[in-house]
Write a protein that binds this ligand. Structure first.
Ligand SMILES: [Zn+2]
Length: 166
């Protein structure tokens, strides 16, 4: 598929895909044409749903079906393109990505305790440090800094886990 063809296909999908159906597929609850914004965390729905897009009154931006799928699954444009039927038949990889994203979201709905939130934040810190360590040159200042830091942060994470499981 050429870039031009892909652009045309993208426009076609935006106009033909039904946003309500897509949101339902990904487990987003729509009531009276409103849902909770997936781009900022909120308790009360402030996102208006249209057949070909959504608009959040807080973010103030319009999002098409590609933006929504990318945000909900955490995937890139090409995966979203695949998932939305841009290629004739979506690849199994895209299905797996969507399924695991869905599972994660369902889990996220169940666990909303303060403790869990703290735990997830701490885990994000550890993972971010490890990302930096992986991408930096070994023994550079930043690399050493992160190596030292990650030991402490992982210790804190372990403490949290033992508190939760106690
Ligand atoms: Zn928003």
């Amino acid at each position: 598929m050429t870039l031009k063809e892909k652009k045309e296909r993208k426009e076609e999908i935006i106009t033909t895909k039904n946003m309500f159906q897509v949101l339902e597929e990904y487990g987003v609850v729509v009531k009276r044409r409103m849902c909770r914004c997936m781009f900022h965390h909120e308790k009360n729905p402030s996102m208006k749903v249209f057949k070909d897009g959504v608009q959040c009154f807080v973010c103030g931006r319009n999002w098409n079906v590609f933006d929504v799928v990318m945000q909900l699954t955490g995937c890139d444009f090409n995966t979203a393109f695949d998932l939305l039927g841009g290629n004739d038949k979506p690849s199994w990889k895209s299905y797996v990505a969507a399924a695991s994203a869905k599972r994660k979201r369902l889990q996220a709905k169940q666990v909303v305790t303060h403790q869990t939130k703290m735990f997830m934040e701490q885990r994000a810190i550890v993972l971010a440090l490890k990302d930096i360590i992986d991408s930096e040159t070994p023994y550079s200042d930043l690399w050493c800094e992160c190596q030292n830091r990650v030991v402490y942060e992982e210790y804190k994470l372990d403490q949290m886990i033992s508190e939760v499981s106690r």
